[in-house]
Design a protein around this ligand. Structure first.
Ligand SMILES: [Zn+2]
Length: 168
């Protein structure tokens, strides 16, 4: 059965993305999935149209590198995207785009506590941009044991983000 994109109405080819009551083309999917960070299978057309209206004016952004769900890079356009998934951003923000040169610093923000002789830390990154804009990437919200495997792997992610941002 021939199908059209529920958002732009273009006939759908082989590349299509299912939503609850239809499917979306690749171009519209980029926008409604908020740069491939959200799934749409549980959303219906009216949800998707609202999301599309809200985010359609975003700049062209071609993901050339990414660090999981936390940070996307577009090297040709010299842009980074913070998807601002609420779970990691600790704020209710849409995906945001920043030029490489607007980034001023990226630093680790940690609280350390000790419980029964075991050191626990949280893991947050603070990104500062021009115009006093500050954003957080929360990797571990509440302090956990630094020896745990979750902490170890998140610590690696934090270093990966810091190292990658230091080079842009
Ligand atoms: Zn479309």
């Amino acid at each position: 059965m021939k199908q059209d994109c529920v958002i732009c109405g273009q006939p759908l080819g082989f590349m299509k993305f299912k939503c609850r009551d239809g499917a979306v083309c690749k171009k519209c999917y980029r926008i409604v999935s908020q740069e491939y960070t959200q799934t749409i299978v549980d959303r219906d057309t009216s949800d998707l149209l609202a999301i599309f209206e809200k985010y359609k004016s975003q700049p062209d952004f071609d993901i050339t590198r990414r660090i999981n769900q936390y940070l996307l890079f577009d090297d040709p356009h010299q842009l980074i995207c913070l998807p601002n998934n609420r779970k990691y951003s600790d704020a209710k923000l849409p995906p945001e785009f920043f030029s490489y040169r607007s980034l001023k610093s990226c630093s680790l923000v940690q609280d350390t506590i000790e419980i029964k002789g075991k050191v626990r830390k949280n893991l947050e990154l603070k990104l500062s941009f021009d115009d006093s804009i500050e954003r957080k990437i929360v990797l571990i919200k509440k302090p956990i044991e630094v020896n745990s495997s979750i902490y170890q792997s998140m610590n690696k992610v934090a270093n990966q983000i810091i190292n990658n941002l230091a080079k842009i």
